[in-house]
Design a protein around this ligand. Structure first.
Ligand SMILES: Nc1ncnc2c1ncn2[C@@H]1O[C@H](COP(=O)(O)OP(=O)(O)OP(=O)(O)O)[C@@H](O)[C@H]1O
Ligand SMILES: O=P(O)(O)OC[C@H]1O[C@H](OP(=O)(O)OP(=O)(O)O)[C@H](O)[C@@H]1O
Ligand SMILES: O=C(O)c1cccnc1
Ligand SMILES: [Mg+2]
Length: 491
């Protein structure tokens, strides 16, 4: 298929906002294109009122950076662009600069499947200003969506408490690429399979499914339809029982299950896709148990999300497997994460790094300046706080104070020497060369599950989760405060 082929194998250099290119041109004109800069990608609020976020999308970022190159046909498109007076938008010298441009940035990032929190860098890009700038839009495009869906999937998976969650979203997803990326992110977040066969092929996600109502409607009776499906898949049938009458549907499934059993085969289960799922799943469970099918699974679907799933669990619904589409892959209740990409420092003519700050009327919108990293501290095996700090080669003291960037009265003392800790930003590219070995998708999914296991359940509850402490190391806090005061002319 041409669209997908182009998306995954063609040049993506023009997948950016026009203003990135006009700025790039103006950086080039003003001699700033190769000035060294650092940008951070971060978000300000967990999505879905969640107590945490799960990072995803780095794999696409790696592909994007590795293939970052202006092809001749991209340049031709830029060459024919004109301004209002008819003159070319971009001078030939700039087109030549882009032709010769070779990705040469350092990229550090949190790995996919890492549990992360607001205001901490997820991706840090250091390199020539023009290149850093051109990465803003595509990096945000990739990370915003995949992180959002991975977080949704992990919320759903946590509520499912180990039951398999099948991702059924393709038909309602945001287009072709949205669907593929959502299937991948859903798997990272903890789903066990996808119905999207292309996602299975591209990413190696297990593919699974049942059958639709149309299968039943194609026969004179439901029983005939079940029999014919059992004929085709004697060891792999899950019968959708609610096309006409759910109770009769369960009876018909049992009948076909019995004849499969007589042939030494096994009915896997049934699916219920409408009505009161708590009531019907319990009725189905009783009927299946009584008929000698204690292992037959009950699959439920129909506009499910983490909240309905949790309610069904509270109602003791007898559901073993959850099929979830629309609300997962579209991140229905919050369609964008809102991550941003901000300059944190720039090198001056003398070769010194100058920390940079964007001042805002809203305190939460003031970024964190300087060349940063994040360290996560653990106490008794559980994550206790994340610290954003300046990565300047200086050793941190054994006792550290971290300060909430949005409320300086919230502080935490950390005996860093005595605690287990790890640095979250990993080196991905060094001067444009990939230095990171990508984990397999299954390893990423495992990382999400074990990573979440190291957080207290108070941070993982659906409603009013306990806020996980994230703070600035004291000297970074003071640097930021001084810069804000200076910018506001209080100094
Ligand atoms: N016991 C339950 N507790 C809470 N929510 C439920 C329960 N059973 C079903 N639901 C949810 O209630 C909603 C029912 O939606 P709706 O009324 O459109 O479906 P329906 O009439 O059962 O099915 P359909 O229209 O597909 O035939 C769905 O989101 C479903 O997941
Ligand atoms: O509800 P979702 O979480 O998106 O899961 C996917 C849905 O897609 C299918 O039916 P479809 O919605 O196409 O038709 P129906 O609801 O009318 O059966 C399936 O039966 C699920 O209900
Ligand atoms: O396999 C299924 O049951 C399925 C697949 C896509 C959407 N709804 C259901
Ligand atoms: Mg539906």
């Amino acid at each position: 298929m041409k669209i997908t082929k182009d998306l995954y194998h063609g040049s993506l250099a023009l997948l950016t906002d026009f203003y990135q290119l006009t700025m790039a041109y103006a950086y080039w004109k003003s001699g700033k294109a190769d000035q060294q800069a650092v940008f951070n990608l971060f978000f300000r609020k967990n999505p879905f009122q969640s107590g945490f976020t799960v990072a995803a999308g780095l794999d696409y970022v790696i592909d994007f950076c590795r293939n970052f190159k202006f092809e001749e046909n991209d340049l031709e498109y830029l060459q024919q662009m004109t301004q209002k007076d008819g003159t070319p938008t971009f001078e030939e010298g700039f087109i030549q600069y882009l032709r010769e441009l070779k990705f040469s940035c350092d990229v550090d990032a949190v790995e996919e499947g890492t549990v992360i929190f607001p205001n901490t860098p997820m991706v840090r890009v250091r390199g020539p200003l023009l290149q850093c700038q051109l990465l803003e839009t595509p990096l945000l495009n990739i990370i915003n969506f995949q992180t959002l869906v991975a977080t949704k999937a992990s919320r759903i998976s946590l509520e499912a408490k180990g039951d398999p969650v099948l991702e059924f979203g393709l038909r309602r997803a945001q287009g072709i690429d949205g669907a593929l990326a959502a299937s991948r992110a859903s798997y990272i977040g903890g789903c066990s399979s996808t119905s999207n066969v292309m996602a299975g092929k591209l990413f190696g996600i297990p593919v699974s499914g049942t059958h639709a109502h149309s299968w039943i409607m194609a026969f004179d009776t439901e029983l005939e339809a079940f029999e014919a499906y059992a004929e085709a898949f004697p060891d792999n049938c899950i019968f959708l029982v609610d096309t006409y009458d759910t109770l009769k549907g369960i009876q018909n499934a049992i009948k076909v299950g019995q004849s499969l059993k007589a042939k030494g085969k096994k009915m896997l289960g049934i699916r219920i896709d409408s009505g009161d799922l708590a009531y019907y799943s319990n009725v189905a469970r009783e009927m299946l148990d009584e008929a000698g099918f204690p292992d037959a699974k009950v699959v439920a679907s129909n506009d499910l999300d983490e909240h309905i799933l949790s309610s069904l669990k509270m109602q003791e619904a007898a559901i073993d497997i959850w099929g979830i589409g629309t609300k997962l892959v579209t991140a229905y209740d919050q369609p964008a994460l809102g991550a941003v990409y901000k300059m944190a420092a720039i090198k001056n003519e003398k070769g010194d790094w100058v920390p940079k700050l964007k001042v805002s009327q809203q305190a939460v919108k003031i970024n964190i300046p300087g060349f940063q990293n994040v360290r996560r501290f653990y106490k008794n095996g559980k994550a206790m706080a994340d610290m954003v700090y300046l990565e300047n080669g200086e050793k941190l003291p054994d006792e550290i104070t971290i300060i909430d960037p949005n409320d300086p009265t919230k502080r935490k003392k950390i005996q860093s020497g005595a605690l287990e800790s790890k640095v979250l930003l990993k080196s991905i590219f060094k001067e444009g060369e990939k230095v990171y070995t990508r984990p397999k998708l299954d390893e990423i999914r495992e990382k999400t599950l074990t990573g979440l296991g190291r957080f207290d359940k108070a941070h993982k509850r659906l409603i009013n989760p306990h806020i996980y402490p994230v703070g600035l190391e004291e000297s970074l806090y003071h640097l930021r405060t001084d810069l804000v005061l200076k910018a506001k002319n209080y100094h």
